[in-house]
Write a protein that binds this ligand. Structure first.
Ligand SMILES: [Zn+2]
Length: 341
């Protein structure tokens, strides 16, 4: 009987497993409950009592051997499979493209900040949820004045009014409250208006406003500053023009156009064949606004301007639909991979 045990041990040692089928055959022969071992154990009854212990130990040893080898075979086969998987990759394919890109709105904002920083403007920030005073009244929107209707507002609370800021001008008021002239800052940020979402309008968008208050600040300073900005932003040949306009917080007020940087002013569908595209609103800070912030309008003057980051980004990259900025469609965002700022 001991010979049978030895034979089985030799058999186990001689097995070679190269495929899953080999492995399954091995399992059926040496591991499963219908394999070689149960029948060996059954022969225990024919063994003389004094040999039973030795026989049982011998079977258990080779049973352990069979199980150890089974584990080895599994590891070897899985290892081989991994090798096959690796060799099935085409190593000449381009690497997976998972590096992100800067959002076009961020790129434009950063470019604008960079231009103004170089001429001495710092960056100011303020709250997006604002009270009536900082968003309207201090900016010379009297209560019940029709100018308030120019900006459809999301109110959070009424009496006293709390609202989502409709422009970043609230930061100008907060800045003038805490800092006396000279003030030379820009205020980039998110603003909210109750507009139906379409290709040309959104309820959330971004502005950059600027404020310069000091002694003897003139309209000439405003023109020179925006002229410099336009050339830096859109190219050295860019021209600007001022059209008279109205804002409650500036007097006089103007809307600013730049010569179309697509057609160079000859006329194209971007500029609607006028040669000019509107980029900003601006003006001299109304003396009432300075007074509201306890800055003496007899001593100090200032200019302010504001521009839409989406508007400039759409012009710069000829994007036709405002909604693309917030849809987070990776096919859109990937197109800005090479954008530097
Ligand atoms: Zn044009």
């Amino acid at each position: 009987m001991f010979d049978k045990v030895k034979e089985l041990a030799e058999e186990i040692k001689s097995v070679r497993v190269k495929t899953q089928e080999d492995l399954e055959n091995y399992r059926l022969r040496f591991i499963s409950k219908k394999g070689a071992f149960p029948s060996l154990f059954q022969q225990m009854k024919d063994i003389p009592n004094e040999k039973k212990k030795e026989f049982g130990q011998a079977i258990n040893e080779i049973k352990q051997l069979a199980q150890d080898r089974f584990k080895e075979f599994i590891n070897e086969l899985n290892g081989n499979e991994n090798d096959n998987l690796e060799s099935s990759f085409d190593l000449t394919l381009p690497a997976e493209d998972s590096i992100g890109s800067i959002h076009p709105i961020s790129a434009t904002r950063n470019t604008i900040i960079d231009i103004f920083k170089r001429i001495g403007f710092n960056v100011e920030d303020g709250p997006e949820i604002e009270n009536d005073w900082h968003n309207f009244t201090a900016l010379n929107f009297p209560p019940d004045h029709p100018a308030r209707e120019m900006q459809d507002t999301f109110f959070i609370e009424k009496n006293p009014d709390m609202l989502l800021r409709t422009h970043t001008s609230n930061v100008q008021i907060r800045l003038m409250n805490k800092q006396k002239p000279p003030i030379r800052s820009i205020m980039p940020g998110r603003v909210f208006r109750n507009e139906a979402i379409s290709a040309r309008a959104h309820c959330i968008f971004h502005q950059v406003e600027g404020l310069f208050v000091d002694e003897n600040v003139s309209f000439q300073d405003l023109k020179a500053t925006l002229y410099h900005f336009s050339k830096e932003m859109f190219g050295k040949d860019t021209q600007i023009r001022f059209r008279p306009s109205y804002f409650p917080f500036t007097e006089p007020s103007a809307e600013i156009d730049v010569s179309c940087f697509i057609c160079g002013g000859k006329g194209c569908n971007i500029c609607k064949y006028t040669g000019w595209v509107e980029i900003a609103g601006a003006g001299m800070v109304d003396p009432n606004v300075l007074s509201n912030c306890e800055i003496d309008p007899e001593k100090y003057t200032g200019f302010a301007f504001g521009m839409g980051i989406e508007r400039i980004t759409m012009l710069k990259y000829q994007i036709k639909d405002l909604r693309l900025f917030t849809e987070n469609d990776i096919r859109f965002l990937k197109q800005f991979k090479t954008v530097q700022w």
